[in-house]
Design a protein around this ligand. Sequence first.
Ligand SMILES: Cc1cc2nc3c(=O)[nH]c(=O)nc-3n(C[C@H](O)[C@H](O)[C@H](O)COP(=O)(O)OP(=O)(O)OC[C@H]3O[C@@H](n4cnc5c(N)ncnc54)[C@H](O)[C@@H]3O)c2cc1C
Length: 400
Amino acid sequence: MTISSSLSDLLATAREFVDREVIPLEPFFLTGSHEELEPRVVEVRAIAKKMGMWAPALPKEVGGAGMSLVEFAHLSEELGRSPLGHFVCNAQAPDVGNMELLLQFGSDEQRERWLKPLVAGDIRSSFSMTEPGHAGSNPTWMSTTAVRDGKEYVINGDKWFTSAADGAAFTIVMAVTNPEGDRYRRASQIIVPMETPGFTRVRNTPVMGDTGSGWASHSEVSFNDCRVPVSNLIGGEGDGFVLAQERLGPGRIHHTMRWIGICERALELMCRYAIDRELAPGRPLATRQVVQHWIADSRAETNAARLMVLDAARKLEEGGSKAARTEISAIKFYVANVLQRVVDRAVQVHGGMGMTDYTPLAFWYRHERAGRIYDGADEVHRNVVARVELAKHGSVDLRG
Ligand SMILES: Cc1cc2nc3c(=O)[nH]c(=O)nc-3n(C[C@H](O)[C@H](O)[C@H](O)COP(=O)(O)OP(=O)(O)OC[C@H]3O[C@@H](n4cnc5c(N)ncnc54)[C@H](O)[C@@H]3O)c2cc1C
């Protein structure tokens, strides 16, 4: 896939930026404190703004860098080489998805009050859909309700895995507003500012031994007679799933290209360690055939994954989410598994060092395991692809 010379220049600049400014922050993120990291992140965010890499997925009119989905996908790979790459460019999930949602479906008032400061990086946001009491794999089944009372919605329910709610200014909650409606028309998306009475951020859910903090955390949240104005509804009543689908298509491109960046960095680290680490004088690890095969398999799988994602991004950009349905589901489970294999090999090559937080490998090994679960578990996406393939050869009842 060819890229323009201006994009190629931007990617070279992004690589240099990540190497020079972002990777040196990693020790503070991986083994230091939030207090040590925060001022450094603020400095590097200012550099990213000056370099034109700020909010890359958003149009220039609202303060972004105005990149197309395919351009952002390429940039995402470069930024993904560090766990902090997307955050320092204000391109991190779930904010980027919320920004795109508000841009496309938000009212003028919502854009002014919430989108503007989000793009500026003055506030952060979160998205509350999954509930502890229901299978998130069937997102139409939920207990959280938003009942209209005059000019307000009264929201009740519990959610968990609301990523980045810690320190966010608001969350977008998915709640049932039309209980009698068709299963895909029952829910709506509503903005809830964190200071609203009746909203509680209960705790950060520990994930693989890490409760996290700030944007790198996942909260359990609760709504108890939480009242917000009807004007906080995004789109129309019952539009919740349509909006979620619109958000998830590009979101899966963003995640998978970020994962390819992780694979590239893991491969770099794996090769360097294999060259530097000697098993005996003059006999580096790289002389072992098994290590060479791990490196070769990682290169082949990463390249294949990249081509699949760029193809899906192009189809999505040209034809919309529906046209790229198979490709989006295929990359979601395929790349998540490539990522897991590549990071696992890199950990193995590093021996004991691979288990420490002196490289980002252990962080990715712990936290990116979730890539096979969030935004649709592997099995759900495999079902989508299989259904489309089977339908090409006749109709069959696939209800489980
Ligand atoms: C790190 C992380 C961050 C997250 N961030 C957010 C967030 O910001 N906002 C939010 O709302 N949610 C978030 N989630 C929640 C996530 O979207 C859900 O975990 C996901 O949708 C799966 O739902 P579940 O956990 O209820 O698993 P379940 O639905 O209970 O599924 C359990 C397992 O069953 C299997 N399975 C499910 N369906 C099928 C099927 N049809 N066929 C075969 N097997 C199947 C899969 O292996 C699946 O992993 C996050 C989750 C994680 C781990």
